[in-house]
Design a protein around this ligand. Structure first.
Ligand SMILES: O=C(O)COP(=O)(O)O
Ligand SMILES: [Mg+2]
Length: 236
């Protein structure tokens, strides 16, 4: 195998599931409950990636809502509405089930590392039928740190009893790229996800893919993967 990787850690929002419709709807209902008009879909989709507290903060800052509004209160509103919208409008991206099946077939072990909180993560993975694929799930409130900190990735490895040097990450955002590089893991980025405010331009060291189904062949292709190993963030 090219990377020598034995385990594949995979992001959730924007990588496995197109959750933006559910998240944007819940954020819109939160904003309406606070007396303002919902923001455009694309604006809120661009705020996804750093977990709920950051999403809520960004939505409040971009909305015509009194600056005095209590962030904790807004977060509670978001969570309440997201309980209702979670898994309702979003869909598993094309190629995901094929990719996961092929990875398991090829002998890789799988972990899911998301900044989404544990409770809705569990619900969504169960609803979509994705839960059985993953040996471990590390969510946004599982430990003290979230991506872009490397610790959630390293924590997932510890939980799996896997060597981080033999893991890769598949994600969609600059948060995933930063976390993987800090954990010294090769990182693969799906082009269809939610890259964050700076788009794909700043994602140095990432290998881009169009479908998770490409992963088994890529992990077995020495040239491309070794390039990722040897060229972390600073080199491009
Ligand atoms: O909840 C978020 O902000 C992002 O979640 P993700 O890490 O699965 O993309
Ligand atoms: Mg994501």
């Amino acid at each position: 195998m090219g990377t020598g990787a034995r385990s594949v850690l995979i992001d959730l929002d924007g990588t496995l599931v197109d959750t933006a419709p559910d998240i944007v709807e819940a954020a819109g209902r939160m904003v309406q409950a606070l007396g303002a008009a919902p923001l455009p879909f694309k604006t809120v989709r661009g705020f996804i990636g750093n977990g709920v507290p950051t999403l809520v903060r960004r939505v409040l800052a971009a909305s015509a809502i009194a600056p005095a509004v209590d962030e904790q209160h807004a977060q509670r509103l978001f969570h309440r509405h997201y309980e209702d919208t979670n898994g309702r409008f979003g869909k598993v991206f094309p190629g995901v089930f094929d990719g996961l099946d092929a990875l398991l077939e090829a002998g890789y072990r799988l972990g899911c590392v998301t900044n989404k909180p544990r409770s809705p993560t569990g619900v969504l993975l169960a609803m979509t039928g994705l839960a059985p694929y993953f040996e471990v799930v590390v969510a946004g409130d599982s430990i003290a740190q979230m991506k872009p900190h490397p610790e959630p990735l390293l924590h997932a490895c510890r939980e799996m009893g896997a060597d981080p040097a033999l893991c890769v990450l598949v994600g969609d955002s600059s948060v995933d790229v930063a976390a993987a590089l800090a954990a010294l893991m090769p990182v693969f980025v799906v082009r269809y996800g939610y890259p964050g405010p700076d788009g794909h331009a700043g994602m140095r060291g990432a290998v881009f893919i169009d479908s998770l189904a490409e992963m088994p062949a890529l992990l077995a292709a020495p040239a491309r993967c070794q390039q990722t190993w040897r060229r972390p963030a600073t080199d491009h």
